[in-house]
Write a protein that binds this ligand. Structure first.
Ligand code: AG3
Length: 587
């Protein structure tokens, strides 16, 4: 509940986050919370901030500090250009604050505002007339009450600047944060055009700006993040992400701004051309090193005569979750209750999986988490559970956007012993060219007799949102892929959608059991990427399987590892030389 009594006073607390909030004392409720058909609207009056517009419990603006946001989002894209922006489109912005700023630019000839919620327009105009000021009588201004995502499709190549002043990507604005919307924004821009979108508080909404940035980076010719802080958007540094049509638009942004601002002769309180092209390289660097998760792969030989039962392995998977402090999702699944050679057990965790299979007396186990993985704890716990003293270990960084060379350096192959840490030398995989691996002469570890099974680990980047966001589509891919690989499927693909507690992990997951292995994949709809692990005993046409996956999901780049599995009696060094890492691009 956003309004609360504190003694005799009425207080407002923002509802955006489940674990942090901020509040202010309310003088008077001007418009009590009411549904508009799209969201819930409330207008409050406060001593310190003046009137406040609240949508779905989230502060949109206060009279006191609205100028900071509106000047930055409204003026930055106008002045970053070398020529005056004639046609400006605003998506959202029903309070009129952005339109007010944009219309101050003397070069602007037409401003269209597409707002889906007429109630926002009317209530703000009535109770906070200063926000929109004189826009209503300005002949250059047009209001369209409608869905911005649809309006924009009718604007092909017509806009110089498109400003997306939306709410957060929950509720009615959700459809404004995806790839197909950004594609229509790009199509609606003229050459040299700029768009800008509010992309949230950098620290409190850590996946929002990266999510938009990654999507926009694929579509626009250049992307920038602009930071500012105000009082009413909780959480300190707040971001606006801008994209250009044309490669060189932002390069001259600061010079253009200084010149254009002077010529326009307008006065501002917060915006300034001197700091108008704030680059944010740190943010970009962080995107490079951020990873989706970590995976620990373990192969070990069971004590003579010991073949763990399903119940035993299921208990290991669940106790392992506890040992590494992860929450299990659902119950463990097994490919065959007989649980013989090559049969698999999978336990989902947030949002990845733990799995197990056995080839003869060798166990092939994986532990993949989307949080920090207490690797040595996971290894030590596993060794103890199965009564063994050492295992061959592969530690993989998963979903890292950086260079393949760095991925190689961060992939560690070693012997895990006793409490789980590396005992002895640490190796890295062999880095190969895709062309080499795709040659018919390339031999998988099952073809050259090195190991009874192999694992193809693949991280696919820059996938198409529409392809990875539906459980049916991804399950269909798993079936198709098995067929293409010539691998026999066991049962239907299991395709749950969980992990929405974190933006990074939101999206479907799929497990398709295979004869002698499995295909487990997770789809991140905000990072537009896939992490997948295919384990098999029979050789597969590598090139076909990999390019099919990339084509199917329209992924642009992939990092692939081939890991020998279930090999007994090999040294870590030998295992490392049979482990191959390569990058595949599809442009
Ligand atoms: N639209 C952006 C509000 C963002 C609030 N989000 C947040 N604090 N994370 C504001 C509309 C003003 N015209």
């Amino acid at each position: 509940m956003a309004l609360e009594k504190r003694g005799r006073d009425l207080w407002f607390y923002e509802d955006l986050y489940s674990d942090v909030t901020y509040g202010f004392k309310v003088k008077r409720v001007i418009v009590p919370e009411k549904p508009t058909g799209f969201q819930k609207l409330m207008i409050l009056d406060t001593e310190r901030f003046g009137r406040v517009l609240v949508l779905d419990g989230i502060v949109q603006l206060t009279e006191e500090d609205e100028g900071i946001y509106h000047e930055w989002i409204g003026l930055w894209p106008l002045f970053a250009r070398s020529t005056a922006p004639e046609n400006v489109l605003i998506i959202g912005g029903g309070d009129g604050g952005v339109a007010r700023e944009v219309l101050r630019h003397p070069g602007v000839k037409s401003v269209t505002m597409a707002e889906i919620d007429k109630v926002v327009v009317d209530e703000c105009r009535l109770h906070m007339p200063e926000i929109s000021g004189g826009i209503w009588t300005d002949p250059r201004f047009h209001l369209i009450v409608g869905d911005g995502a649809e309006v924009i499709r009718r604007m092909k190549g017509r806009c110089d600047v498109i400003i997306i002043d939306s709410t957060d990507p929950i509720g009615p604005a959700k459809s404004l944060f995806n790839t197909s919307f950004y594609e229509s924004v790009y199509a609606a821009l003229r050459e040299g055009g700029i768009t800008i979108h509010q992309t949230g508080a950098l620290l409190l909404q850590p996946f929002e700006a990266p999510g938009s940035w990654r999507q926009m980076e694929r579509i626009f010719d250049d992307v920038r993040v602009i930071q500012f802080t105000n009082v009413s958007y909780m959480g300190g540094p707040f971001s606006l992400t801008a994209g250009s049509r044309g490669r060189h638009v932002f390069k001259a942004a600061e010079r253009n701004a200084k010149r254009g601002f002077k010529a326009a002769g307008i006065k501002t309180s917060w915006y300034s051309p001197e700091i108008s092209a704030v680059p944010y390289p740190e943010f970009q660097r962080r995107l490079e090193v951020d990873k989706y998760g970590e995976e620990l792969i373990l192969d070990f030989t069971l004590p003579a005569g010991k073949k763990p039962s399903v119940t035993r392995v299921a208990k290991w998977s669940q106790d392992l979750c506890k040992a590494i402090d992860m929450v299990a999702f659902g119950e463990p699944m097994v490919s065959d209750p007989a649980f013989g050679d090559g049969e698999t057990l999978v336990q989902y965790i947030e949002t990845s999986a733990i799995n197990y299979r056995r080839y003869g007396s060798t166990v092939a186990a994986n532990c993949f988490t989307c949080a920090r993985l207490p690797r040595d704890t996971a290894a030590g716990f596993t060794l103890k559970s199965f009564g063994v003293d050492k295992a061959a270990a592969w530690h993989l960084p998963r979903g890292v956007f950086s260079e393949v060379k760095k991925v190689r350096r961060d992939t560690l192959i070693y012997e895990a012993a006793g409490p789980g840490g590396p005992a002895g030398e640490v190796f890295h995989p062999r880095l190969a060219e895709a062309a080499e691996v795709f040659k018919p002469s390339f031999k998988l570890p099952v073809e050259n007799g090195f190991a009874p099974a192999f694992e193809l680990v693949m991280d696919i980047y820059d996938c198409e949102f529409d392809r990875i966001s539906s459980c049916e589509t991804v399950a269909a891919w798993a079936r198709e892929s098995a067929k293409l690989a010539g691998l026999k499927t066991i049962g239907k693909a299991d395709a749950p959608d969980f992990g929405h507690a974190k933006k990074k992990t939101a999206g479907p997951s799929v497990t398709q059991f295979l004869q002698g292995g499995s295909n487990i994949s997770h789809y991140s709809i905000n990072w537009l990427m896939i992490v997948l692990n295919l384990v098999a005993r029979d050789p597969i046409p590598l090139r076909k399987v990999i390019t099919h996956a990339m084509d199917f999901f329209e992924g642009k780049k992939a990092h692939c590892w081939i890991v020998p599995r279930g090999a007994a009696g090999k040294t870590v060094k030998e295992l490392a030389s049979e482990t191959v890492l390569f990058e595949v691009r599809r442009d």
